[in-house]
Design a binder for this molecule. Structure first.
Ligand code: DUC
Ligand code: ZN
Ligand code: ZN
Length: 466
């Protein structure tokens, strides 16, 4: 048995902040005791990590990533190996990635191919949601089996007709099934049918630059789809988790639903909190770096998102990490914004950007941990194994230096992508030591992890439901 002692830090969880020493045996936390107490002073360990002046926080849980996602004729540029390594560098110790069912394929086949991509590759622990592209009698039955096996959430798309899109009838059927089997329906809420009309019209009028991607994917079409998803879920009697919320009007729909007592949850992403349509309008096709869906919105929307996070109308910040290199990938859409692969890198930056939000006064320290660690773990059935520091929890722990200064750059990041969406941004705070199930994987700017350390996590159903 190996023992690790993390001494003298400020332990921050969603629930509290305490000056405590944390004792780890093998892969688990076994005890916390007040720093300086006779109990803590009596502990011995093989490895002692000095955390004085630092935060000791749960490893981040990023519940929305797309490693190696096939999209727009290319693949997201991070593999499970490179993407999970980058996540570890940034203080994230669990990801939940989206396995994809292609049209005509079974859920099992899609899930198997995602296991094959991730198996023995990951630096940190990982689980899967399932993207349902083809709702039919067979796949509805398969949903039950997947929930039993620990794949307890299913993403549906109201966007991308001809690819991932499901119509309202299919969505309703999947929601009804989720209401029965406990699976959580995650929704990409944009009216893709209407958006495709606007795309066609924009291109015909010669509006081909990246900024038109933001213009055609109208705020109202996000709000309308969010409203429709809420009501379909209400009719089905199922919970609903709306992914990557970016528009103020969509937050309003979620707030309304929650005020009515519905089990509706909302996620946003750092790109919507820190970037805007100003980035999409950058000249020389640079705006392509910021093309994702839902799209970036005018800066004014950020205040509504921050407010939603403070009031708990939004509960989770995930990355929707889906990187495409500028050279050779984003460039596929020169002269036609609709051919720019959708997605932004961010799995490495999320914990630090949200810490900067603490520094800037948007959220408290405990709320930082709540939206980035504890709530995603609870939402997707991983708590308290993940998302907190408590006896019995996996020892996924970050010793975080709140005073470290860093400048974000593609020159120094570890994601397999040739640009950073946050290039040049000054941030206060950085993960100093990152521990995954008791193993130090990053320490003081050295990577000590390995592909294959990360273990697949089966998940319980959403823990916010009675
Ligand atoms: N949005 C993105 O930006 N990329 C991948 C899929 C999605 O819904
Ligand atoms: Zn989506
Ligand atoms: Zn996504």
């Amino acid at each position: 048995m190996s023992r690790t002692l993390i001494r003298g830090g400020l332990v921050i969880t969603a629930a509290e902040e305490v000056h405590a020493d944390v004792l780890v045996e093998d892969e688990r936390v076994v005890a916390l005791a007040a720093t300086g107490s006779t109990v803590a002073e009596g502990w011995t360990a093989d490895t002692v990590i000095d955390a004085a002046g630092k935060y000791v926080i749960p490893g981040g849980v990023d519940a929305h990533t797309h490693m190696e996602l096939p999209f727009g004729g290319t693949f997201a540029s991070d593999t499970f190996e490179t993407g999970t390594r980058a996540a570890a560098w940034g203080g994230t110790t669990t990801i939940v990635d989206f396995a994809v069912q292609s049209v005509g394929e079974s859920l099992r086949a899609g899930l198997d191919s995602w296991h094959a991509k991730a198996d023995a590759q990951c630096a940190i622990d990982y689980g899967f949601h399932m993207i349902l592209s083809d709702v039919n009698e067979d796949t509805l039955k398969e949903m039950d089996i997947l929930v039993e096996e620990g794949v307890t959430s299913f993403k549906l798309f109201m966007a991308y007709p001809g690819v991932f899109y499901s119509d309202d009838g299919r969505i309703l059927r999947a929601m009804q099934r989720g209401a029965d089997n406990g699976g959580l329906i995650m929704m990409h809420a944009e009216n893709g049918i209407a958006i495709d009309v606007l795309v066609e019209q924009a291109l015909a009028a010669g509006r081909t630059d990246p900024r038109y991607h933001g213009e055609v994917r109208r705020e109202l079409l996000e709000a309308e789809a969010t409203h429709r998803a809420v009501r379909l879920a209400q009719v089905a009697g199922s919970p609903l988790y709306v992914v990557h919320v970016s528009a103020r009007q969509a937050v309003e729909q979620i707030t309304l639903a929650r005020d009515e007592g519905l089990n509706v949850f909302g996620e946003t992403c750092p790109q919507y909190l820190f970037l805007s349509t100003d980035n999409l309008a950058e000249p020389d096709f640079e705006g392509a770096k910021y093309v994702c869906s839902t799209p970036l919105r005018p800066r004014e929307h950020q205040a509504a998102l921050w407010r939603g996070l403070r009031t708990n109308d939004l509960q989770v910040v995930s990355t929707d990490h889906c990187p495409f290199c500028f050279v050779g990938q984003k460039e596929l859409g020169r002269g036609d914004f609709s051919k720019i692969p959708n997605g932004l890198p961010g799995v490495e930056n999320r914990m630090d950007l949200l810490h900067q939000a603490v520094v800037d006064g948007h959220i408290s320290r405990r709320r930082w941990i709540e939206i980035a660690c504890a709530t995603p773990a609870r939402m997707f059935g991983l708590y308290p194994r993940k998302g907190t520091i408590a006896p019995g929890a996996d020892a996924d722990i970050v010793v975080y230096d709140p005073d470290a200064e860093q400048v974000v750059s593609a020159a120094t990041h570890h994601m397999n992508v040739d640009y950073s969406a946050y290039e040049g941004k000054h941030l206060r705070g950085k993960a100093r030591t990152v521990i995954s199930r008791g193993t130090v994987v990053v320490d003081q700017d050295r990577y000590l992890g390995r592909a294959g350390h990360g273990r697949y996590q089966t998940r319980e159903t959403c823990q916010y439901l009675v």
